[in-house]
Ligand binder design. Structure first.
Ligand code: R7I
Ligand code: MG
Ligand code: MG
Length: 307
């Protein structure tokens, strides 16, 4: 299957935004409650098309990479603050880090005292990472470095950063067209034992017809990075269609907007934007920083690559 690079870049960002928007109305719900809203079968209809903090922060990451032609922590932090809209539903740790940044704390320090000095291992750094996954898709070392640094702005816990790097690298492999072989590439990439164990479980679950209950029990479906990046990777790998992977991810319940966004980013990077259901994209919000703007960001990131 050949998909051109530009369409993969757009697919990653728009895929992330539609995954967020389709999961948003049911965030925090159980698997059973989700199916009572969306039904058991596909196609699913996008209900509101409004995105949440996941996409708002992803936009900030993209804007900053474009403006600086690479990573700049102070600039990225400023973008997060400028774009911040409390109604998009931010996690408490991110909210606190952004408040500290607004009050003048440096980007390397603002997140470090959260959660009793451990820093956050929430999925807030992984959920926004798509622009880094695509821009650095051909260099795993730089990808890791920038994923860690960009995470540190709000998430300084090792597991928060590693989750973001793992999600970024999954997107990078998807850009490269590596679906088969993804699991082994990821297990070589990842450093932390918590994630190594989750990747081992992904392989086991893919080898059998695992039930949703098993998937949730083994991989998780919650707000911690290590309970949401793994089910997103699994959702991508289990199917051969954008729509099926995102529907499955959201149907697990729990942190649905975020697991939907992360699955959408990987699947979009693999299949390209042409594979995203058109009625989902049509329903996705427009406005100052809506879908047209997100598409433009993807194109500018693509041109950054050509420099
Ligand atoms: O990671 P974060 O930005 O939250 C993102 C989530 C996504 O679902 C978004 O869609 C939005 O709804 O919020 O926010 P954090 O507060 O940093 O992390 C999320 C949660 O993970 C926290 O509220 C805690 O419950 C948990 N958590 C921790 N718990 C104990 N110790 C994160 N880090 C820790 C920790 O170190
Ligand atoms: Mg959200
Ligand atoms: Mg969420």
């Amino acid at each position: 299957m050949y998909v051109d690079l530009k369409s993969k870049f757009t697919g990653a960002l728009i895929g992330s935004a539609v995954g967020d928007a389709i999961g948003a109305p049911v965030e925090g719900w159980s698997m059973e409650m989700v199916s009572s809203v969306y039904g058991e079968k596909t196609p699913w209809k996008m209900i509101y098309g409004r995105y949440t903090d996941d996409t708002e922060m992803m936009i900030g990451v993209a804007e900053s990479l474009i403006e600086h032609k690479g990573f700049n922590g102070a600039n990225m932090a400023r973008r997060f603050i400028q774009n911040y809209d409390a109604k998009r539903g931010y996690g408490p740790g991110s909210k606190e880090a952004l408040k500290r940044l607004r009050e003048g704390e440096g980007w390397e320090a603002a997140s470090e005292n959260l959660f009793g000095g451990e820093g956050s291992y929430g999925n807030g750094a992984a959920m926004r990472i798509a622009p880094i996954g695509i821009v650095y898709y051909d260099n795993a070392d730089t990808l890791r470095e920038i994923a860690y640094k960009s995470s540190h702005i709000t998430h300084s816990h090792e597991l928060g950063k590693e989750g973001a790097a793992l999600q970024a690298f999954s997107i990078a492999l998807a850009v490269r067209g590596q679906q088969e072989g993804m699991v082994s590439a990821l297990s070589e990439f990842v450093r932390n034992d918590v994630y190594k164990e989750k990747i081992r479980k992904i392989a086991i679950l893919l080898d059998k017809e695992a039930s949703k209950k098993e998937v949730i029990a083994e991989l998780g479906n919650g707000e911690a990075a290590f309970n949401s990046v793994p089910p997103a990777i699994y959702s991508f790998l289990r199917f051969d269609k954008f729509e099926d992977s995102v529907v499955y991810a959201v149907s697990l319940g729990g942190d649905t907007d975020t697991i939907g966004a992360m699955t959408g980013a990987i699947s979009g990077a693999y299949y390209g934007d042409g594979a995203i259901p058109t009625d989902w994209v049509e329903r996705l919000e427009e406005g100052e920083k809506g879908k047209s703007y997100i598409k433009r960001l993807a194109e500018e990131l693509y041109h950054l690559k050509e420099l």
